[in-house]
Design a protein. Structure first.
Length: 281
């Protein structure tokens, strides 16, 4: 418990992150207490801006003080198998700080932007938005976040598609914990890691295979195919993607005609081949 000191003086309060940054720049306090879940600008981002904009008379923000006690990379786990995710959390917390666990792709995107972890360990196949597409969206907004992908599928094409995102790790779920740690160490150094079973001798060929694997579908089409394959109805997909029912039907019709898919069963198999969904054991 932190005990209050009577000589401390509260000089200002702020209702959101942007206001806190402005107060810090103008008032230059010795200590700043920040709630991580502030509106407009979360506590972590606010602390970063404060360090850039003002010199607080040698003082430190609470975020900086806490980071001295648990320094090192911060991890976010994304996996729709809750038990596996919690076991993985316990394993990683022996060495690293885990800031959260999410169970689907959209939550992975939103929590990544909110929490700004250093590394995300994600299952490739997650509901609503698969891990690879979620990572692509995150990279556009937070390019410094690194990724380790976990999967049951020893598919070289899927691995190549993951590596096309950047220097990521790609680890099979039946691998040992030490292999996962090796992947983490490699990615933290800015180098990719590929499971030995899938390791390509020719990186140029690997990149070419990645482009061949994912070039046929737009991101919107990939979203729709995945949600259809997961069993969602047209109106549910429309709500999730903020589209009209007619727009969703148009995309489905276009995809099925373009790829000569005759039935919903064909569409599901197509989604599996594209790496958008997987058949869970």
């Amino acid at each position: 418990m932190i005990q209050a000191r009577t000589e401390w003086q509260v000089i200002a309060e702020a209702s959101d992150g942007s206001e806190a940054v402005q107060n810090a720049e103008e008032l230059r306090p010795d200590l700043i207490l920040l709630d991580i879940d502030l509106t407009k600008l979360n506590g972590i981002e606010a602390a970063r801006k404060m360090r850039q904009l003002c010199s607080c008379r040698g003082g430190r923000t609470l975020m900086e003080s806490v980071s001295q006690h648990r320094a090192g990379p911060r991890f976010l786990i994304a996996d729709d198998h809750a038990i596996f995710a919690e076991v993985l959390r316990g394993y990683l917390e022996k060495t690293y700080t885990v800031v959260g666990v999410v169970l689907d792709g959209p939550a992975m995107v939103s929590e990544a932007i909110r929490l700004q972890p250093d590394v995300i360990v994600a299952d490739v196949s997650m509901p609503l938005l698969n891990g690879l597409d979620a990572a692509r969206r995150i990279s556009k907004q937070a390019p410094n976040i690194k990724f380790i992908f976990l999967t049951m599928r020893d598919d070289p094409n899927l691995a190549a598609s993951a590596l096309d995102i950047g220097p990521v790790g790609f680890v099979l779920k039946h691998s040992t914990g030490s292999e996962l740690l090796n992947a983490i160490h490699s990615v933290l150094r800015g180098k990719p890691y590929l499971a030995p079973k899938l390791r390509a001798e020719d990186w140029v060929a690997t990149k070419a295979r990645a482009r061949q694997f994912s070039k046929e579908l737009t991101q919107r089409q990939r979203d729709i195919v995945q949600l259809y394959a997961e069993g969602l109805h047209i109106n549910q997909i429309a709500v999730l993607l903020n589209l009209s029912n007619k727009t969703v039907e148009f995309h489905k019709h276009h995809i099925m005609r373009a790829f000569n898919l005759q039935s919903n069963a064909d569409l599901v198999l197509f989604a599996v081949k594209q790496g958008l969904v997987s058949i869970k054991p």
